[in-house]
Ligand binder design. Structure first.
Ligand code: 5AD
Ligand code: SF4
Length: 447
């Protein structure tokens, strides 16, 4: 009988994508996926290291796995992802119930690792970095769970070395995939019914540039070229991407986003800080003026465009005044969504050598202030959308009330509605917004 596997994913969309391709590889090798980790013969944790909290969650789960494995001795237990890469060697030595550790660039070798353990010949650790980004299996997707939206990893690693960030150390050098293979992967997904594709990478706007310095000439953007190629695919309705670094966001990319109707008018653009001094200490090679130029240029071309961002509060030496600059920029841009993080030092990064001098309660206070601003803004922004009409890409029945269905606007607003006609997930439906809460819009289908 085929062995069953379960992959539990922590962290970002990149990890979700990696788990999906690892699952597709295991299925191709004859293993069966299960949603229930209690009946799995093989359990793999796909871990995240980007913030301290993410690592602590995975460490907690490692402890729980010890108990589970004591009861189910035949179970194979493995680690993949960023924490596997950064701490795998140490964890394999200290955690006897851990069978294998596979680094971020060796996902294709997971079926081999499982096989070797089953055969008792276990090579249990593989943390090598590959030179290219087109690793075997990177384009494989589970076809049994495919929906109308899918992710494609277009590059691996990151060479930006923002001073707080562990990613370049755990995901290796920045390597872009071959554009033809990405377009082929997108075509294949569309053949399976996919309507919306999210392009993923740690530094997507630097796609195809090799070691080209940031602050590009106006007319050079291989990423914009890739977006245009993908947009030509018939049957694909929407393209999203995450995350672009502002320093690579040039005129060509701005104009491409504005001109191409399939590129969603909702941009995630990490700001990190609204203080030029702090940005410099973060090794982020742009200033607030450049950031605002990108936002204003896009808004001038596409007035309805929405923005979301990542910011860090309490970076070493951040003063109250500098925090207030971040708050001010956030209000000036009027982000529709923001992920706000309290700074935590990550081992091996440049800022980990700086004194983590902003007290925890100050970080917490700054975090709460930004969250409150965001909620107020979301409330008034959503209220202002009542009466407007939007096209939704339908997700399916809403989780809270299955009589209602939900979908997203091109600008990434979630809207719920009562379906009138025969509709299915992946359809495009026009609704008029009749009511709004901070997080949700309520729409009526327009005939
Ligand atoms: N502390 C807090 N937040 C961090 N991020 C990355 N590293 C750290 C850190 N050491 C945040 C950044 C990044 C997001 C994915 O995580 O805002 O954009
Ligand atoms: Fe980390 Fe900066 Fe690379 Fe993003 S661009 S992954 S924050 S080093």
């Amino acid at each position: 009988m085929a062995l069953k596997f379960h992959i539990k994913t922590y962290g970002c969309q990149m990890n979700e994508r990696d788990s999906d391709s690892a699952s597709a590889l295991l299925i191709a090798h004859g293993y069966l996926p299960t949603e229930d980790e209690n009946e799995a013969d093989i359990v793999i944790l796909n871990t995240c290291s980007v913030r301290d909290q993410a690592e602590r969650k995975a460490i907690g789960k490692l402890g729980i796995m010890k108990r589970i494995k004591a009861e189910r001795k035949h179970m194979i237990f493995g680690l993949m992802g960023c924490m596997a890469q950064s701490r795998g060697e140490e964890l394999l030595k200290t955690i006897p119930h851990l069978d294998f550790v596979i680094g971020t660039d060796q996902i294709h070798s997971i079926p081999d690792a499982v096989e070797q353990i089953l055969n008792g010949t276990g090579s249990k650790l593989d943390l090598r970095e590959r030179c290219g980004a087109d690793t075997p299996g990177i384009d494989m997707h589970r076809t049994d769970t495919i929906k109308h939206n899918a992710f494609i990893s277009i590059m691996r690693g990151c060479d930006r070395y923002c001073s707080y960030c562990i990613v370049p150390y755990v995901r290796g050098h920045e390597r872009s995939r071959n554009p033809e293979s990405i377009v082929e992967e997108a075509r294949e997904l569309v053949r399976h019914g996919v309507k919306e594709i999210m392009l993923l990478g740690q530094n997507v706007a630097a796609f195809g540039l090799g070691r080209h310095a940031p602050n590009l000439p106006d007319d050079l953007s291989p990423f914009a070229d890739l977006l245009k190629e993908i947009a030509k695919i018939d049957g694909l309705e929407r393209i999203r991407f995450t995350s672009p670094h502002p320093a690579y966001f040039n005129k060509k990319l701005i104009e491409t986003i504005a001109a191409e109707p399939k590129i969603c008018k909702s941009i995630h653009l990490p700001l990190q800080s609204g203080s030029d001094r702090v940005l410099k200490k973060m090794n982020r090679p742009y200033d607030v003026a450049k950031y605002m130029h990108i936002v204003n240029s896009l808004r001038a071309l596409v007035p309805e465009i929405t923005f979301s961002t990542d910011v860090i509060v309490g970076f070493p030496t951040e003063t109250d005044e500098e925090f207030n600059m971040t708050r001010q920029v956030m209000n000036d841009v009027g982000f529709d969504n923001a992920f706000i993080f309290k700074y935590s030092p990550r081992q091996g990064t440049v800022s980990a050598r700086m004194d983590d001098d902003v007290p925890q309660d100050v970080k917490e206070e700054r975090n709460q202030i930004l969250l409150k601003d965001l909620e107020e803004r979301q409330c008034s922004k959503n209220a202002s959308l009542v009466g407007k009409e939007y096209v939704l890409l339908v997700d399916g029945p809403s989780k809270r009330n299955p009589k209602r269905w939900s979908g997203r606007t091109d600008t990434f607003k979630l809207a719920v509605f009562e379906p009138k006609q025969e509709i299915k997930a992946g359809d495009l439906v026009k609704v008029k917004i009749v009511r709004a809460t901070p997080m949700t819009l309520y729409g009526e289908v327009v005939e």
